[in-house]
Structures are given as structure tokens and as C-alpha cells.
Design a protein around this ligand. Structure first.
Ligand SMILES: Nc1ncnc2c1ncn2[C@@H]1O[C@H](COP(=O)(O)OP(=O)(O)OP(=O)(O)O)[C@@H](O)[C@H]1O
Ligand SMILES: [Mg+2]
Length: 613
């Protein structure tokens, strides 16, 4: 290391350095550019690593000489011994004035950022020196929720694809771990259909990506919970929407009871089959309902032929009734049903939605045999997103062709299903004193489109589902990667749960201040540099870039955390999959999931489903 000057002033964010001479500057100026590093002694064995923010030349008017000063921001400290360097990000003891300052050589920087026991996940190269590979603690990176933010075109999607390829050991179109199977799973909500090519490898690479586009995806409407069904079929700002909801709810429950007679305690949210066309007929009949109003006779629905309907609930699901005409004559007096004429717009909307070919994957998905999906097919529906079909570790849900108005609903349903799987699988494993060994990572591309900060009722369902993952998912091995070009417009609840940040070029002032507020204190100065970053260049901020505290290295702990979830998802990514056991466990989870949802209101429920279907 070359000594270049002395500290003249130090504050928590900035250290001022006066260079020894003009000659020192001239000889080393190519290493003293902004964002390069300097090393500062702190008075004892520890050294401070600082990044250059500013270099200035000030003329001394009296002596007419030029003094060069550097302003540097401390990023961490290290202790060097013969075998290794222990680097710790942040929390430095500020150096006193007159402490010497050095220029580190590439070898030292390489040792600081190089691969070590924990820091073994290569995430990229240092932007100020392309020869230096940058390693982070993969377990910490993937063990917390991650936010990837940057203006449009800053390189977010490329960065995400590159990180995920590294996780999957895909390197230049080759699968480097061809003979291993991995038991993690990455699910990408791909809004612009851009990820398929990143994970499509030749057959001999033994890597199958599971792409579910609108042609392949099947998400039967009956899996939806009340919030999602109402978001799909009911216009919340219509005057009589409360009546629409009450009658729609009644019809849904009646149809569920009709098709699942063996089940008790069915409610609006139970994920069992019902027939949406029956619900449509029910609403249509309610809209035309004419009741008998002859004195002394029951006020039941009256048909055209004069007969009264005893059990209107059943009859209304079955067929469209030809009601009697209105009459005020005493002998055949009638009156309108309570909802007569109320549901014209609701019926038109149901007809439009049910005949919309783009929504067929929701309103009328069919099995290969041509039959509709029923309650017994519950597990095969869930299996399509959960992977382990054809060894897929990456599931891309291509949402590009999905109409915008149902995007939120589809994402809500998918996220809920994935959360519930993770929840129940964890529970089963914990009952057996085992840890959850199937980590999931959910990548939410263009998150501002479906989990906005404000937004109307149409976003309630997706916000609710993803916020639950943000708050509780980690306990069950489910992590989020939230990607957005407008961080200031994404739900605060979700962003505030992210501990790890990949921050690319960010030009919008609101977005910059949103990120400034989210970043740990000592990183807020980074925000000033964000508008100037080139495409693909980014800052990594979070626990995963700091080194372990200074202590003797222990053997890495791979057991339970206090919550019983394995702490090291990345470690698991690389472990060998016990395919058979996991498939068995999976079918057990799926059965349990259904059972739990069905028995939701009984005390004998083995596990309770949170935020039921
Ligand atoms: N590491 C990189 N080095 C050089 N160029 C890059 C890098 N990453 C991305 N780019 C360039 O930036 C372009 C935009 O990248 P990308 O689509 O990932 O941006 P984005 O932030 O996801 O944009 P959007 O918000 O519109 O989705 C790419 O087409 C590529 O040319
Ligand atoms: Mg993108």
C-alpha cells in the first residue's frame, strides 16, 4: 500500500484527507477517481475502507501551491492477519486527524471482497474495477426479502435474471450442476414475458423450466376467496353493490353445498367447486322475481303457469324461471321480488366476464380429458405452480396476455396458494422435528402494477395476499423479491419488510427519497449517486454484504432458527433433492390444505388456514 496523505477532519459520513504532495497525486491519480477506495488507519490494528466521493484541488494564495484533498465515505473496517482479512461493513471508529491514509492495491481489495466461507455467492463484479469479483453472503441475501429498484431501462430484469441464473448455476446457457437436483423453488410473476429465454436451456442440460402462460395456466374461479370473487364480478362503486354481494354470496354458498353434499360447514371462502352458471341463473331469477301476493296465500315466487315455487333457492340455481306477469287484480295479485330490476348491470357484467375468451383459464379451464376441474382436482391444480413437475425449479408465470383488470386477482390467488403450501409444509415438518427444506422465492416483477401504495378496491386482494407473505412468509421459507421502477408507488408495508436492496439507476425524486428512507442510515448518501448510474450498475445494500462479527469462525450453523425454519436457503438450493420423500410430503400437504380449509369452522381442525380461501 502507498501512503498518500493524512486525515484532516472526520465526521460519520465523511472523512477529509489532505494529500502529501502534488507529486503523490500526479503519480496515483488513476487510482484516485470517484468510487475507488482508500484505506485509513484508525489508531489501532483496525483499518477503515472508504470510498472516494470527491477529489478537489485548492490553490493556496499565499504560497501559490496547490493542495489536493479527498473526501471519502467509510464503508467498513477490517483486521488483517496472516491468513485472512476479516471485513465488517459499517460501524467504523472514526479516525483522528493526522492518521495516515493509503491507496490499497488490487490484491488487498480482492481479498476483502473475495469468496470466504459465508461470502461465497458471486453476485457480480465491482463497477470500479472489473477484475474484482464481488461475493455476498448468499444465505443472508436469500434469507430476507429483497427489493430490486431502478428507473425503467436501468437493468432490473437483467439483474434479476442474472442473480437467479447464478442461483441455479446456469452459466452461458449451460447448467453447471446438471447431475444435481435442487429442492428450492423460484416462482416468477413475469408481466412482460421476458424471463423464458433466460431459463430455456438445451435438452442435454437437464434443466426444465416450467412456463405457465394463459394457454397453460388453469385457475378455476372456485378456488378464489370472497375478496377475489367480488373483485372479479362485482363493481364496488355501484349504488346497490351491497345487494349484489349479499345475493352473490348466497348463490355461491348454495351452489357449493349442492355440489359437495358430503362436506359440512361450507362457507363463502371454502375452496370447493361451485358452478358459476348456477350463480348467474340465481341472480337472473332474483332480478325478475315475481311473488304471489293473494291474500291468505303464501308469498312464494309465482311462475307463468300460476304454480308457486316451494324451494326457490334450489330452483333458481337450476333454470331460468318464467315468472308470472305483474297483476293488481285481487284474484291473481302479485308483487315484485325484493331485488326485482336491481341487477341489470350486474347480469350484463357476469355475461361479459363469462363469455370473455381471455378469461377462459379462470371461468372455464378444462382438463386434458375435456372435463371441468372439480374439488377432487384441487391438488393437481396446486401442483402446477409448486413445481417438481418435470424437475422444474423455476416456474415462470407469464402474465403478459392476462387482461389488466384480472391481474391483481390472479396474483392474489397464486400468492395465497403458495403461502398456504409453505405454511402447511412447514407445520408438517416441524411436527416431525424436521426443518422446512423447500424454500420458495416469489419474484414480483413490475410490483407497482398490482401492489400499489394507494389504489382502489381492485388491488385489495393482491395487496392483502402479498403483504401477508411480506410479513409472515419468511417463517415458512417463503421469500419475496419485489421488483419495481416506481418504489414510491409500491405498498409501504411490503417495502418496509425488505432488508436487502439492489438499487439501480433511479432518476425520479420521489423514488429517490422513498429509497433514502428505506435504506439503513449510513447508506443514505448513496442516493445522490443513483441518477448517474449506467445500465446494469447497482448498489447492494443489506445484511448480506456485511461480514460476520470479529470472532473465530465457527462451523456454519445449518440447523433450525428459533422459528424452526432453516436459516440457510441458499445452502439448500445446492443440496440434493430427496425427490420421492418430497413428493410424498407434498401430497400430504395438499390433502391437509384442503381438509383444513374445509373444516375451518370446526374445533377438530388439525391446522387452521390463515386468511382462508
Ligand atoms: N449489466 C448490464 N450491462 C450493460 N447493459 C445492461 C446491463 N443490464 C441491462 N442492460 C441494458 O439495459 C437494457 C434494459 O434492461 P432491463 O430490461 O433489464 O431494464 P429494466 O430496468 O427491467 O426496465 P423496465 O423497467 O422497462 O422493465 C437492456 O436491454 C440492456 O441493453
Ligand atoms: Mg424490467
Amino acid at each position: 500500500m502507498i501512503e498518500i496523505g493524512k486525515v484532516t477532519n472526520s465526521t460519520p459520513g465523511n472523512i477529509q484527507i489532505l494529500l502529501s504532495s502534488v507529486d503523490v497525486f500526479e503519480r496515483n491519480k488513476q487510482h484516485m477517481r470517484v468510487s475507488r477506495y482508500v484505506v485509513i488507519a484508525d489508531g489501532n490494528e483496525t483499518k477503515i475502507l472508504a470510498s472516494i466521493q470527491n477529489v478537489s484541488a485548492v490553490q493556496n494564495e499565499r504560497t501559490e501551491t496547490i493542495n489536493y484533498t479527498i473526501t471519502a465515505t467509510p464503508i467498513g473496517s477490517y483486521i488483517e492477519n496472516e491468513e485472512e482479512i476479516e471485513f465488517r461493513q459499517g460501524g467504523v471508529n472514526l479516525p483522528s486527524p493526522t492518521e495516515p491514509v493509503y491507496l490499497p492495491d488490487d490484491n488487498l481489495i480482492n481479498r476483502i471482497f473475495s469468496c470466504s466461507d459465508n461470502f461465497s455467492f458471486e453476485i457480480g463484479k465491482l463497477s470500479n474495477n472489473n477484475n474484482i469479483r464481488y461475493f455476498v453472503d448468499g444465505n443472508k441475501f436469500f434469507g430476507k426479502h429483497i427489493a430490486v429498484v431502478g428507473s425503467t431501462g436501468s437493468g432490473k430484469s437483467c439483474a434479476v435474471a442474472s442473480i437467479l441464473q447464478r442461483v441455479m448455476h446456469i452459466n452461458n446457457g449451460k447448467n453447471d450442476t446438471r447431475d444435481e437436483k435442487k429442492n428450492s423453488h423460484i416462482i416468477i410473476f413475469d408481466i412482460h414475458s421476458e424471463y423464458r429465454s433466460a431459463f430455456s436451456l438445451d435438452d442435454e442440460q437437464n434443466f426444465t423450466v416450467n412456463v405457465l402462460d394463459v394457454e397453460k395456466l388453469c385457475l378455476p374461479y372456485w378456488l378464489m376467496n370472497s375478496q377475489e370473487l367480488e373483485a372479479l364480478f362485482i363493481e364496488s362503486n355501484e349504488m346497490n353493490s351491497h345487494n349484489q354481494i349479499s345475493q352473490f354470496k348466497k348463490a355461491v354458498i348454495l351452489s357449493k353445498e349442492k355440489h359437495n353434499p358430503e362436506l359440512k360447514h361450507i362457507n363463502y371462502d371454502t375452496p370447493v367447486y361451485f358452478n358459476i352458471w348456477e350463480v348467474y341463473r340465481y341472480i337472473k331469477n332474483k332480478n325478475r322475481e315475481i311473488l304471489n301476493n293473494i291474500d291468505g296465500q303464501p308469498q312464494k315466487p309465482r311462475q307463468e303457469d300460476g304454480t308457486l315455487i316451494d324451494n326457490a333457492d334450489t330452483a333458481y340455481l337450476e333454470k331460468e324461471i318464467s315468472f308470472a306477469g305483474s297483476s293488481t287484480a285481487k284474484a291473481d295479485k302479485t308483487k315484485n321480488g325484493p331485488y326485482n330490476g336491481d341487477f341489470e348491470r350486474f347480469i350484463t357484467r357476469l355475461e361479459i366476464k363469462l363469455s370473455d375468451k381471455r378469461l377462459k383459464f379462470i371461468t372455464d379451464p378444462k382438463k386434458d380429458s375435456g372435463e371441468s376441474y372439480k374439488t377432487v382436482d384441487f391438488d393437481s391444480i396446486l401442483m402446477q405452480f409448486l413445481g417438481y413437475i418435470d424437475k422444474a425449479n423455476v416456474t415462470i408465470i407469464d402474465l403478459s396476455a392476462i387482461p389488466f383488470e384480472v391481474l391483481s386477482i390472479v396474483i392474489s390467488l397464486l400468492s395465497r396458494v403458495i403461502f398456504d403450501f409453505a405454511f402447511h409444509y412447514s407445520k408438517i415438518m416441524h411436527e416431525q422435528q424436521l426443518v422446512n427444506d423447500i424454500p420458495f422465492m416469489l419474484v414480483c416483477e413490475e410490483a407497482h402494477n398490482y401492489i400499489p401504495k394507494g389504489g382502489g378496491a381492485e388491488y385489495n386482494a393482491s395487496k392483502h395476499s402479498i403483504e401477508r407473505i411480506a410479513k409472515e412468509g419468511r417463517k415458512y421459507g417463503l421469500n419475496l423479491m419485489v421488483v419495481s421502477q416506481r418504489p414510491s408507488e409500491v405498498s409501504e408495508t411490503i417495502f418496509s419488510q425488505c432488508n436487502n436492496f439492489v438499487v439501480l439507476k433511479l432518476t425520479n425524486v420521489n423514488d429517490q427519497s422513498c429509497i433514502r428512507n428505506l435504506l439503513p442510515d449510513n447508506n443514505s448518501a448513496l442516493v445522490d449517486v443513483l441518477p448517474t448510474l449506467a445500465a446494469g450498475r447497482c448498489f447492494f445494500v443489506g445484511v448480506f454484504v456485511s461480514s460476520p462479527p470479529k470472532r473465530k469462525k465457527k462451523k456454519e450453523k445449518t440447523g433450525d432458527s428459533e422459528l424452526g425454519v432453516r436459516k440457510t436457503p441458499l445452502g439448500i438450493l445446492h443440496s440434493t433433492l430427496r425427490t420421492v420423500i418430497i413428493l410424498n410430503e407434498m401430497s400430504r400437504v395438499l390433502n391437509l390444505l384442503l381438509e383444513a380449509a374445509l373444516c375451518k369452522n370446526t374445533t377438530s381442525t388439525p391446522v387452521t388456514i390463515q386468511n382462508s380461501y
